[in-house]
Design a protein around this ligand. Structure first.
Ligand SMILES: [Zn+2]
Length: 236
């Protein structure tokens, strides 16, 4: 593990967010189905330190954004019953508690600055495409004139990464004006743990050691041009 981290180090930084930064926060899939012990096929089977810290930090950041009335967009993974997301087993079925925010974040549903977007695919950018071709996320960035986007949630190497990659490509393609910076706050991200010995017995899922995959997710995001923050500092 340490050897791999030395081979692909991720340079992290403290990101300063000033009052006039025009910041927006995206919460990716902080649902029971991915975070609450025993809640479903893809939920942790026992208490998980990385996931608990991710929730705790996400709640803290969400509180700051809501106090300041800054825009927040929460993606919630929600699938139609019977419509599988290969290679994963059924999870976060529409209308079940699995696709709800974790208990410590449900309060954001009543906040006027919060937009909730249900999505049925990994990538929140793609999941924001509506039937008429418009994009909820793109419209949200433009309407709020967001320049700095903070991304947190689960999984660092799957839904967080996919969203960050698409967002940066869309920004580079000129679709997200005035967005300038995409910041992944590492302490408020987590992924699931499926160690190699367990995966050896599974035909469907590949091994997914948590700490390593979290690190790789951050590394890949950084490679697209995202900033990786160990700390967010809010400046008055
Ligand atoms: Zn899903």
């Amino acid at each position: 593990m340490e050897m791999l981290k030395n081979e692909i180090p991720v340079e992290e930084e403290t990101v300063l967010i000033s009052e006039d930064a025009k910041a927006g926060l995206v919460l990716v899939d902080i649902t029971n189905g991915f975070c609450t012990v025993g809640a479903g096929n893809l939920a942790p089977r026992e208490e998980n330190k990385q996931i608990l810290e991710m929730i705790e930090e996400s709640v803290k950041v969400a509180k700051v954004f809501c106090e300041k009335k800054w825009p927040v967009l929460a993606f919630l993974d929600s699938h139609q019953p019977g419509k599988l997301e290969h290679p994963y087993p059924p999870h976060c079925i529409n209308g079940t508690d699995e696709s709800n925010l974790v208990p410590s974040l449900r309060w954001i549903e009543d906040e006027p600055n919060v937009t909730i977007r249900h999505k049925d695919c990994y990538d929140g950018f793609v999941g924001s495409i509506q039937e008429d071709g418009s994009n909820t996320f793109v419209d949200w960035v433009k309407k709020n004139k967001i320049k700095l986007l903070v991304v947190v949630g689960i999984c660092t190497d799957i839904c967080v990464l996919d969203f960050v990659c698409s967002t940066i490509s869309a920004k580079n393609h000129g679709l997200l004006h005035p967005l300038e910076d995409v910041v992944v706050y590492s302490k408020a991200c987590a992924t699931f743990d499926f160690p190699a010995p367990e995966a050896a017995g599974s035909k469907q899922l590949q091994a997914h050691p948590q700490e390593l995959m979290h690190h790789i997710g951050l590394y890949m995001a950084k490679g697209r041009g995202a900033k990786i923050a160990t700390q967010l500092t809010f400046h008055h």
